[in-house]
Design a protein around this ligand. Structure first.
Ligand SMILES: C[S@@+](CC[C@H](N)C(=O)[O-])C[C@H]1O[C@@H](n2cnc3c(N)ncnc32)[C@H](O)[C@@H]1O
Length: 226
């Protein structure tokens, strides 16, 4: 019974069953350009788990945040096929950069092809490797960090990212509701536990202020105060 109540609440919050509303949101959001449309098609045709792609609304949201924050340098964990990278790069003027990290080397050709097609290659530095090993060696600090990698690693990403984030900078973390599992006491798998731990670490850190938004699968927006 309790589980049913939770499922219902989550559906209401996330509107996962309301296709009409989803369509209305899309119809009232600036349409995606041709390259992102082609990348979405390619991702669905060629990857094992295409639903990981950010997509129209979330991509536009990240792009808007990038315009608002106006970062000098962005760090992204989890490039996948490059959708969110392109969205953020399109919001960055020339001379500003994104360091994006993807562990799956099979995606490299696709990422590089679509970055070039979107005409943003000159703003993006792609590293193929494990973010947990790569980030400590990065010498830059960041005004905006987008966390969208392996959910089990979110707590470790947070620790690394706080160090690399400038004061006044932002971390945006995707999937922090994890399909509503975070509020279901019966869900205790590794990924759910890690996301809960990440949210708790953010909430309990005095250096940070944060808001958890029920956008798609939940987005945590974090600002480093000092
Ligand atoms: C949800 S997808 C990212 C979606 C992407 N941001 C987009 O907009 O389409 C997660 C990606 O993180 C990658 N990943 C998982 N663990 C990683 C790690 N430790 N370091 C770097 N990338 C990782 C996965 O291979 C996968 O491509």
């Amino acid at each position: 019974m309790r589980k049913q109540v939770i499922d219902f609440d989550i559906q209401v919050i996330m509107n996962t069953t309301n296709h009409e509303l989803e369509e209305y949101l899309r119809n009232n959001t600036t349409p995606v350009d041709g390259v992102l449309e082609e990348l979405t098609r390619h991702t669905y045709l060629t990857t094992y788990n295409p639903r990981m792609i950010s997509g129209h609304i979330q991509g536009k949201f990240i792009e808007m945040l990038c315009h608002m924050i106006n970062p000098n340098r962005v760090l992204e964990i989890g490039t996948f096929t490059g959708y969110s990278t392109i969205c953020m790069a399109q919001a960055l003027p020339d001379g500003k950069f994104i360091d994006t990290i993807e562990v799956n080397d099979e995606l490299q050709d696709t990422i590089e092809y679509y970055l070039a097609k979107a005409n943003v290659s000159h703003k993006v530095n792609l590293t193929i490797g494990n973010a947990l090993e790569v980030i400590p060696n990065f010498t830059f600090t960041y005004d905006m960090i987008y966390i969208d990698g392996e959910k089990k690693e979110y707590p470790q990403y947070l620790t690394l990212c706080i160090e690399k984030l400038n004061i006044g900078g932002y971390i945006i973390a995707d999937n922090v509701l994890w399909n509503g599992k975070v509020i279901d006491p019966l869900c205790n798998d590794e990924q759910t536990a890690a996301i809960r731990q990440f949210n708790k670490m953010v909430q309990n850190n005095n250096q940070l202020e944060n808001v958890l938004l029920p956008i798609r699968d939940g987005m945590m927006i974090v600002r480093k105060k000092y």
